[in-house]
Ligand binder design. Structure first.
Ligand SMILES: *Cc1c(COP(=O)(O)O)cnc(C)c1O
Length: 224
C-alpha cells in the first residue's frame, strides 16, 4: 500500500517536467514523514528553521541534501555551514560575508541563491530588483571564494489572482536572464530559478522555474 505522502509525492513528480528539481519542504513535519518521502527516492528537503534542520540532519540519512529556504540570521550560519547544500534566501552583503566566512572554516564552498522581493506584500526580506543589481555591481561577492551564487529565488504574492502571480514569475524570469547576461555570462553554474510553491508551482514552471519548493501538497497541512 502506498502511503499518503508517497502518493502525493508521485503525483507532484508526474506533474513536473524532468528539468525541474523538486525541493520537498518538510518544515514542521516529523522525521518519520521525511523518511516516507526519502524511501520513495526524495533526496532534497527544504527547511526554514536552523535548529530544526540541524536536528533532522543529525538524525536522518547522510545522503540527504538540505536546503535552507527561510530567512537566515547571520548568527546562525555557523550551525548549518558544515552540511547545508543550498541556501535559498540571501538578501544582504552581511549575510553573504558570514556564509563565506563559515564555509571557509569548514573547507567548503557553499551554494546560495539571491532572494528577490517582487511580490506586493510588505516584507523586509529579499532584494528589490534595483538592490539586487546594486549588490552585484558593487562586486565584493566576486572575491568570496567559499560561496557560489547559483541563481535567484523568489515568492509570488499570496493572492488568488493568477494573472498577477504569472506577471510576477515572468518578471523574475526576465530579471534572471538580464542578470545572467550582465554578471554571469561565462558562468554556467548560475542557472537556478527557485520559484513555485504548492499553490502556484505549475504557473511557476510555465514561466521558467527550474526548482520548485513544495510542502503542503506532499506532506499535508503543517501544524505549528
Ligand atoms: C514553507 C515554504 C514553502 C512551501 O510552501 P507550501 O505552500 O507548503 O508548498 C516554499 N518556500 C518557502 C520559502 C517556504 O517558507
Amino acid at each position: 500500500m502506498e502511503t499518503a505522502i508517497a502518493h502525493n509525492l508521485r503525483l507532484v513528480r508526474e506533474s513536473l517536467p524532468d528539468s525541474v528539481r523538486l525541493v520537498a519542504v518538510s518544515k514542521f513535519h516529523p522525521e518519520e514523514e521525511l523518511m516516507e518521502a526519502y524511501n520513495q527516492g526524495q533526496i532534497v528537503f527544504g527547511e526554514s528553521h536552523v535548529q530544526e534542520m540541524t536536528r533532522k540532519h543529525d538524525a536522518l540519512p547522510g545522503d540527504i541534501e538540505w536546503h535552507f529556504i527561510g530567512h537566515l540570521q547571520t548568527n546562525k550560519v555557523k550551525y548549518l555551514a558544515p552540511y547545508v547544500s543550498l541556501i535559498h534566501a540571501v538578501d544582504s552583503l552581511k549575510l553573504l560575508r558570514e556564509i563565506n566566512r563559515q564555509a571557509e572554516r569548514n573547507n567548503r564552498v557553499i551554494d546560495v541563491l539571491l532572494q528577490l522581493h517582487i511580490a506586493q506584500e510588505q516584507t523586509k526580506f529579499g532584494f528589490s530588483t534595483h538592490e539586487c543589481i546594486e549588490f552585484l555591481k558593487e562586486g565584493e561577492w566576486r572575491d568570496m571564494v567559499n560561496v557560489r551564487i547559483r541563481g535567484l529565488m523568489m515568492m509570488a504574492s499570496n493572492v488568488d489572482d493568477e494573472q498577477q502571480i504569472k506577471e510576477e514569475f515572468c518578471l523574475a524570469a526576465e530579471f534572471f536572464e538580464s542578470v545572467r547576461q550582465t554578471f554571469f555570462v561565462n558562468d554556467e553554474m548560475f542557472e537556478i530559478k527557485s520559484w513555485g510553491m504548492s499553490d502556484d508551482y505549475l504557473l511557476a514552471v510555465n514561466s521558467g522555474s527550474n526548482m520548485v519548493r513544495i510542502g503542503t501538497t506532499i506532506f499535508g497541512e503543517r501544524v505549528y
